[in-house]
Design a protein. Structure first.
Length: 493
RNA sequence: GCCCCCAUCGUCUAGUGGCCCAGGACGAAGCCCUCUCAAGGCUUAAACCGGGAUUCGAAUUCCCGUGGGGGCACCA
């Protein structure tokens, strides 16, 4: 494997909640950088002042850290290619735009937004493709300078070649050939003095010495522009990789707001910030997201280190991928089963305490092995194991009645079980299981009837971790008290 | 409307001309295990969008359809 260190970057805009697509690009960027011994950079693309949402930048920082994708350079940690927020790099773009105007690759444009809109309407009426009509393309430089000096508002446009084709090379798709006549004189610098995405990103990628640009395929349309900008400067091109888009779970259309709400109603989310609260783990999310767009033949359960080991941009896939939350569940559950007891204990504890439960670490450490393979999401620990941390349980009376028996018979069974347990010196599962099984035998009842009854009595619920191990953790005194209570309830029915 | 991209089981994918009557994973179905729920084990169903062309040979190359997706802003 070639070992030239790659510098990669994820460049989200702080305009909304960071979501899955950002997580995936960041993951691939991170994997590629780590694999090659390079750096992974976070850059904030905040040039659209109107759309910036306060707080979302912090959400990006937090989200990436939660995922374990710590960047080597970024706005909150610095680095030698900073600043890493585009609004703090105005002079850099200004400087470079002058270079392009100077070498004839770009020009100032004085057209107003109103004028542009009118032109566009007319073009559409004539069924032409909307494009800049070139009013300012050939303004004499002297005149332009005069108008600028006069305080006239202007933008800087890229002077796209009128003829020929642009060949842009994408690493997963090969050469993409576009007729220059299809291309527009895109705006590089807005009249507010800030750059557009196209300009800012290409300038920054060069300035920050980014070697591999990974981004969503929504950029394919303006890809030729970006390539032309790089070439107008005479800079070296990075390796371009356009990733597939995420489609809604049905596969029909790309993820929309509506799907987002739907996901939320079913306990899922496409926002990174929600994942933790919903009980998903960074390992699960990373693994899930990694495999949408990265083809792995077999053994697809991987942690970050294993992904670094195996990752290659040669195995990225170009086709759109429908997201599948069932698979998220699967990866999450699988990773949970791989966690050590201590690790998992630390991860589920907050879900208990969040519910106001008093969690003793001693008990928790004993509970975890019983819970581990039953958890799909971390917060499932609540439904399976809350009773471990409660003083009392209050089973629904009807649940105490064993299948096929009535209340009175159930009470008798419980009574018998109580006597058997009382006779044991301790409540270890090794000690208690044999005599109770013997009782099942001699009573002619089935295990389900006896143990089910006991389960509800001691845990308060019909579904629980394995009974005997569970009772052992609950403790002799509490178990006996709970069974006694159950008997009373049954006798009153 | 114009431009661009994509196309293997329901879904994510492996496959880079013969190893493919197409492999893995999720999901589904069945069986085993079993004190509930899980986990685990075994098994089954399930795909190369259509048509041409190249070739001794095509899921794999080319062309044309069709379908899906993206873009056509002083938004990213």
């Amino acid at each position: 494997m070639s070992i030239k260190p790659a510098r990669t970057r994820v460049a989200p805009s702080p305009t909304g909640h960071a979501h899955l697509a950002t997580a995936r690009v960041a993951l691939y960027d991170y994997l590629l950088a780590k694999k090659t011994g390079g750096q992974f950079v976070l850059r904030i693309e905040d040039t659209d002042l109107k759309r910036t949402v306060p707080g979302t930048e912090q959400e990006i920082f937090d989200g990436l850290r939660w995922l374990g994708l710590q960047y080597d350079e970024g706005p909150d940690i610095g680095g030698k290619f900073g600043p890493y927020r585009q609004t703090e790099r105005r002079e850099i773009y200004m400087h470079h735009s002058k270079t392009l105007v100077g070498n004839g690759s770009a020009y100032p444009c004085f057209c107003t937004a109103d004028h542009l809109e009118k032109v566009k309407q007319e073009q559409m009426k004539r069924k032409e493709n909307p494009h800049y009509d070139g009013t300012c393309r050939n303004i004499d430089p002297g005149e332009a300078a005069r108008r600028i000096a006069n305080g006239e508002k202007y933008t800087i446009r890229f002077k796209m070649p009128k003829e020929g084709v642009t060949i842009a090379h994408d690493h997963v798709r090969g050469d993409i050939v576009t007729e220059n006549a299809q291309l527009n004189d895109y705006i590089l610098m807005k009249s507010d003095g800030l750059p557009t995405y196209h300009f800012a990103a290409t300038v920054d990628d060069h300035e920050m010495q980014i070697t591999h640009v990974l981004r969503g395929s929504e950029w394919l349309g303006t890809f030729p522009l970006h390539v032309n900008i790089v070439r107008a400067f005479g800079w070296e091109e990075p390796v371009w990789v356009h990733l597939s888009v995420f489609l809604k779970p049905s596969g029909k259309g790309k993820l929309s707001k509506r799907d987002t709400t739907l996901a939320a109603s079913e306990g899922y989310s496409v926002f990174i910030k929600d994942m933790n609260e919903l009980g998903f783990t960074p390992e699960g999310v990373n693994n899930w997201v990694a495999l949408m767009g990265w083809g792995v033949a077999e053994d697809d359960v991987m942690n970050l280190d294993q992904m670094i080991e195996r990752f290659s941009i040669d195995h990225l896939t170009p086709s759109p991928a429908a997201i599948n939350f069932q698979k998220l569940d699967h990866f999450n559950a699988t990773h949970i089963r791989l966690f050590t007891t201590e690790d998992l204990a630390g991860r589920i504890k907050p879900y208990f305490t969040r519910e106001g439960l008093n969690v003793s670490d001693d008990v928790l450490l004993k509970v975890v092995p019983l819970l581990r393979e039953r958890l799909v999401t971390l917060d499932d620990c609540l439904s399976f194991g809350s009773f471990f941390f409660k003083d009392d349980v209050t089973p629904a009376p009807e649940d105490l009645i064993a299948k096929g028996l009535d209340a009175k018979q159930s009470a008798a069974v419980a009574q018998r079980v109580y006597q058997i347990l009382l006779a044991q010196p301790d409540i270890s599962h090794e000690r208690c299981e044999p005599p109770l099984r013997a009782y099942v035998e001699e009573s002619g009842l089935n295990a389900n009837q006896v143990f089910g009854n006991l389960r509800v009595a001691t845990t308060g619920q019909k579904v629980s971790p394995p009974l005997f191990e569970t009772m052992e953790i609950i403790g002799r005194e509490k178990c006996l008290a709970r069974i006694k209570n159950a008997i009373e309830v049954l006798e009153k029915m």
